[in-house]
Every structure is written in structure tokens, then in C-alpha cells.
Design a binder for this molecule. Structure first.
Ligand code: BGC
Length: 335
């Protein structure tokens, strides 16, 4: 499997066509020491056999749809339920498992860029409509790794694309990312219902909860609080509602590692960001540097609409119709 590389003066991003999986992002610290800051594996063979969400493009609907059910214009659809009773990240054969067509493209704003394309046929994983997806991976000279998504459909469908790297700014394989500090421009979050296995549909203020990252604090300090929502999933696996959403690209959050001094800013035009502290990693797998992939080996920051949006009228619109264009920008900027 070929490795594609985006490179500027200081950082390097490597990915493969399978799932568009970002397999490494090499970033210097202030002294110029390079670390690979995404959780993954040392070899391509391990990558292909391992957790196929690592660094991957997720779709057609990233995150969960309760019982895989939704309705458009009165018509009911039933998707695969690949996550207990729910549909997760596009189903058993999500976009993370597809071989994307990759070609280099020249775009003014990027030092280097690739376009990744995918056709998802009408009825794919039971989703209606043929969906044509284009994703740009671009790297700027000021260390912004930009992901630009576009999609068009032949019939009304639901869509929510995202990218799924887990970041450890001290270097993947160098222990837990729990010490990282997180800032989120989110005054509200969407709590989880244990019964539904995903958001209850409520939008709740983060004030006086461990989910208040409106000023930076360590992820650990939130995960250590005895709080029903933290206890339920042994950490954070929640969607945060970004403030002042208006469809333009804005700062969503900042992740920083006090140990190495590396810092990453996340920008998006999406209304939400899923923060996942990797509760399901249990040290049973060997990852980069031959180290076990332990709990919170990295933190995922997935820009998107909210989980289960197709079933909640007051959540962002998940429906894409023929003639419309789905657009989404996510920027990971290394500072
Ligand atoms: C979800 C987790 C899920 C993980 C799978 C994340 O985006 O929020 O609940 O276990 O993906 O890799």
C-alpha cells in the first residue's frame, strides 16, 4: 500500500488510500525534536490489520444514529447496526474501510495537496442516494493541515463526515495524553443517555460540570471528577456545541502538551466537535514505538454535526438533497 506524503519546512503528514488513513504527523517541538503525534502502528501491515478508525475518514454518517433509523420526507430508512443497537461511523463497511482514489492537486493555498475521491452507491450500507465525495488534504507553509470535504447526492440522504486521528502531542507511544490541556469554545455539550448509547437530545450548559473547557484545563482534571456522564463511559466521549456557529471557519479548540510544549489549534465551520479520550483502549494492542495502546493513548477531536442529528429536529440539519453541496472544513494547526 502506497504512502502519500505532505511536507513543508517543518512538518510531515503521511496517509494511505485505505480510509484516507492519516498514519503519521511528524511535528517538531520548540527545540526541533520531532515526534509523531498521532496514535497508530509502526508498520503498514499492522495498520491494515489494526483499528481502522485511526486517522481515518468516517462516513457516510460519522458518530451514532440510534438504532440505525431515520426518516426523510416520511420515508423510513434502516442502516446497519454495527455498534450494539446503534449505527456508528457509516456501518460495517464505512468510508474508513474504502480505498479512496488519491491524486496530487495544485492549489494556491497549500504547499502540497491531495484530493481523495469516493463514490458511495445508492443503497450503500442502506443509505439512500449515490454520493460523490471529495476530500482535500492540504498542508500550508504555516503548519496547518487542512481537510476540506465536499459531497453531492442523487437522492435526499443524511451525511456527517469527519476525520478520526487520536492526538498525543508528546508523541504516540510515549504514554497517556491525559495530561494534555484542552480549551474548547463550547459553552454547551450534548449529554449521553445510557439507554440510547449516545446523545439524549439535550443541550446542556457546561458550567459547573467537568465538561467546562472554556478556559484551558487538563483532560485528566475533567476525567477524574465523579460525574455521571464521565463515569458512564470512563472519560469523555461527548459532542461539544461550538459557540457562535455561523458556518464560517472559527477556532473550535486548542490541545496542548505541557511536557513537550507542542500545541495544536483546531478550526472548523461545523457546529460541533466530538472529544473522545479513548476509553476502549486497554493495552491489548501494540502501537507505535512497540508500546501498548493504553487508555487515552491519544485524544480524538472530530469536527462534525451532532450525534443522531437525523432524529432530532432541534439538532443541526443532517440532510443533503440533490443540487446541494455538503461542505466541511477542519484545520489542525500545529503551533
Ligand atoms: C466515538 C467512540 C467510538 C470510537 C471508535 C469515536 O468517534 O466517539 O464512541 O468508540 O469513535 O473508534
Amino acid at each position: 500500500m502506497q504512502i502519500y506524503t505532505l511536507k513543508n519546512k517543518s512538518i510531515e503528514v503521511d496517509f494511505i488510500a485505505r480510509g484516507g488513513q492519516i498514519i503519521s504527523i511528524k511535528v517538531p517541538d520548540a527545540e526541533g525534536n520531532i515526534a509523531d503525534v498521532v496514535v497508530g502502528y509502526d508498520t503498514i501491515d499492522q495498520t491494515l490489520d489494526g483499528d481502522a478508525y485511526f486517522g481515518a475518514l468516517c462516513g457516510r454518517y460519522a458518530n451514532r444514529i440510534v438504532k440505525g433509523e431515520f426518516e426523510i420526507d416520511g420515508e423510513k430508512f434502516q442502516l446497519d447496526c454495527n455498534n450494539e443497537q446503534n449505527h456508528l461511523h457509516g456501518g460495517f463497511d464505512g468510508f474508513n474501510l474504502r480505498n479512496w482514489e488519491v491524486r496530487p492537486v495544485e492549489l494556491e493555498e497549500y504547499v502540497q495537496a491531495f484530493q481523495l475521491s469516493l463514490t458511495s452507491e445508492d443503497g450503500d450500507q442502506n443509505y439512500p442516494g449515490k454520493l460523490e465525495v471529495s476530500v482535500i488534504y492540504g498542508l500550508t507553509d504555516d503548519n496547518q493541515f487542512v481537510i476540506e470535504y465536499e459531497a453531492e447526492t442523487s437522492k435526499p440522504t443524511v451525511i456527517n463526515l469527519t476525520s478520526h486521528p487520536y492526538f498525543n502531542l508528546n508523541g504516540a507511544g510515549n504514554g497517556s495524553a491525559m495530561n494534555h490541556e484542552l480549551l474548547l469554545n463550547a459553552s454547551n455539550y450534548t449529554p449521553i443517555s445510557a439507554e440510547l448509547g449516545t446523545t439524549s437530545g439535550e443541550i446542556v450548559s457546561v458550567k459547573d460540570t467537568p465538561f467546562d473547557f472554556t478556559t484551558a484545563k487538563s483532560v485528566e482534571s475533567a476525567c477524574n471528577v465523579d460525574h455521571e456522564q464521565i463515569n458512564m463511559i470512563d472519560g469523555i466521549d461527548h459532542n461539544f456545541v461550538l459557540d457562535d456557529f455561523d458556518g464560517t471557519v472559527k477556532l473550535a479548540g486548542v490541545l496542548s502538551d505541557p511536557k513537550s510544549g507542542r500545541k495544536m489549534e483546531v478550526y472548523t465551520d461545523q457546529p460541533g466537535i466530538q472529544i473522545y479520550t479513548g476509553a476502549h483502549f486497554n493495552g491489548s494492542e501494540i502501537g507505535k514505538q512497540g508500546a501498548l495502546i493504553i487508555q487515552c493513548a491519544g485524544i480524538a477531536m472530530e469536527t462534525q454535526i451532532f450525534p443522531n442529528s437525523p432524529n432530532y429536529e432541534h439538532f443541526p440539519n443532517a440532510i443533503l438533497r440533490p443540487g446541494e453541496k455538503y461542505k466541511h472544513v477542519c484545520v489542525y494547526k500545529f503551533c
